[in-house]
Design a protein around this ligand. Sequence first.
Ligand code: SF4
Ligand code: SF4
Length: 439
Amino acid sequence: MFSRFGGGIHPPEHKSITEELKFVNLPIPHTCYIPLQQHVGAPAKLAVKAGDIVSEGQLIGRADGMISANVHSSIPGKVADIAVVPTVYGPQQSVIVEAEGTFSSSAMPHETRDWTALAREELLDRIREAGIVGLGGAAFPSAVKLSPPPGKRIDTLVVNGAECEPYLTVDDMLMKTFPDAVIEGTRILMRALGAANAVIGIESNKGAAIVSLKKSIAAPGIPDGIRVKKLATRYPQGAEKQLIYSLLRRRVPSGGLPMDVGVVVHNVGTVHAVREAVLYNRPLYTRYITVSGNAIERPGNYKVRIGMKIADIVEECGGFREPPVRIVMGGPMCGQSVHSLDVPVVKGTSGLLFLAGKGVAAREYSPCIRCGACVSVCPAGLLPCDLGNAVEKGRIDLAEDLNPFDCIMCGSCSYVCPAHRPLSHFIKLAQQKIRAARK
Ligand code: SF4
Ligand code: SF4
């Protein structure tokens, strides 16, 4: 038996489209549209003005406040404009950089550092300076996550290599391509947290990644305390609370955080980016993504510049085989529908899906038939049907009693509902209304 949590679903994986395709660097775009808010928290404060010449990796937005993140230029060139542009998070003030000059050096030196000689605070400074955020999609500033309040002792780092969303293979390819780097990044994060243990959770459908990481761990000089654990292939295995339970049998309390049970979780992509920041002083201005779906000509795993427009990525991937009915940033379960190709890739973009064919478009929904399917798959133990019915009737008071804030927005309930009820959407609406009423 593999480790798993209660509930969940196993939708068609669709990973075979890209799982064997090695990373390809996409050509540099002529223009990057770099939003100042690509992370949870306050937007970064503008650090350049129109007409400025910027280097690749130069700071263009400075973190503003406790929860925020630095933003860097993805290409060398000229700041053509500071303007509000459409993004997956809505219209955002952005720095528009037109490429010119050379790519031979970043604004920061690329010397390799012996990180084992760096103090914890120095590690955190490097991670903060580099603007690292959670690359699994949450985009929470990593340095903040690595700084638990006094009194919270972290004994275990969980590295999330589950990649449970259908279609996405970017984390799988990262673990297969750079296993030693992932293990080194894990060690850096253990040191930054003062955690003696790390467990890397990977779903059973990524056998080659499991083998690669186990081999890296067995190399001379790797300290004890790092384990790789095979997980059941079951969505949403990669959700923090479910992952912690599957790996450690610790339950994060309702309304609580992983740190309440001595754990901090980081995605493998984040771990890789942290190593790049600490060893090479490299800010987060590129990222790896999966481009997939039946509507794109050349699906694959690509390295792209942050701020590159989806339209430019589509062009580099050979255009469309057929017009997509649905475009998603992220995975099909938790990702966000995108309605324009003019939206840029941001730090939290793990994938771009271009889907066509039957069953892709949103369907009409009908009343609940009380079949109970949504209840049996909910990994948070909620009653999605009752929550949905309460919201539909405008009874937010009833919804509030059903713990809507325990919902992790995994979409499993909506996926199985035979009446096609948009249950997670209803629950999000309940959360928004309750928050507004509490203000
Ligand atoms: S109610 Fe929330 S946590 Fe439960 S299945 Fe639906 S989206 Fe997932
Ligand atoms: S799955 Fe849909 S129809 Fe069945 S109980 Fe839940 S909301 Fe009702």
